[in-house]
Ligand binder design. Structure first.
Ligand code: HEM
Length: 227
């Protein structure tokens, strides 16, 4: 079972995300959206969505950098002060994300207008995200200096998966909570094409390199008319 969860399931999750994600994109492109409910309720949405997105994107960026350049990451954190700052920042961001998510969940459950447009899959995703973020925060609290041991444990495992030489030796003895956090990350990957999470793929990167737009007004302006 352990081998399946850490060596096979990650590939199944990615294969599912890519294949069903592409199928859904080409069959029903307009469903690639977070299906905004802002017009139904926007106050709670603001206080949930803004902290959630800023905090989780920063946390995930740190996860990604540590996985991509574990050597540099570990060297950077070898200075105790830096390690403390990174750990505390990570914890603060994790708590901010958790708070944002709780507000978003309360909004979906508590507001009757929003509840009507909330599906079972929305709840499956919200619960999986909540477990993931809560798990991360608990790891940061219970198993100190995760920012540092991540580079020696999770990063080699992720690299072994990425290079198709799956090996879980470096994570085999980690506590159950940590292992749950790792497996649940791939559950989220598997949920990607079946939920609103697909809106991640709609980030308008094209704006970064498309030619700038020149807007020319053809109608007569009020100033020109009065002149
Ligand atoms: C296989 C992928 C992942 C691995 C190996 C991983 C590993 C870790 C580790 C070791 C920590 C503890 C860091 C510390 O103590 O400073 C952590 C924290 C955390 N993780 Fe993950 N994680 C993964 C995926 C995710 C995902 C997908 C999410 C959110 C959707 C997430 C959210 C968090 C949060 C909110 C924290 C607490 C904040 C922090 O300390 O950085 N993680 N993760």
């Amino acid at each position: 079972m352990t081998n399946f969860l850490f060596l096979t399931f990650p590939y199944l999750a990615v294969a599912l995300a890519v294949s069903v994600g592409l199928y859904r994109y080409f069959r029903d492109r307009f469903s690639y959206s977070s299906l905004s409910s802002q017009f139904l309720e926007k106050e709670q949405l603001f206080w949930g969505s803004v902290p959630w997105h800023y905090a989780i994107l920063l946390v995930l960026t740190a996860h990604l950098v540590a996985a991509l350049i574990p050597g540099c990451w570990a060297a950077f954190l070898s200075e105790p002060l830096r390690l403390c700052v990174v750990e505390l920042t990570g914890l603060a961001l994790g708590l901010t994300a958790l708070l944002g998510l709780v507000v978003l969940m309360a909004r979906r459950g508590g507001n009757s207008r929003v509840a009507v447009v909330t599906t079972v899959m929305d709840w499956v995703l919200l619960v999986a995200l909540a477990l993931q973020v809560l798990g991360g925060v608990l790891i940061a609290l219970l198993y100190r200096w995760g920012a540092a041991w991540y580079a020696q444990t999770a990063a080699p495992w992720l690299w072994s998966l990425a290079t198709f030489r799956p090996d879980m030796q470096t994570i085999a003895t980690l506590p159950l909570l940590v292992k749950f956090h790792f497996v649940n990350a791939f559950v989220l990957v598997a949920l990607f094409p079946f939920t609103r999470l697909v809106h991640l793929a709609t980030f308008p990167w094209g704006y970064l390199w498309r030619p700038h737009q020149l807007v020319i007004w053809n109608r007569r302006t009020r100033a020109a008319e009065s002149a």
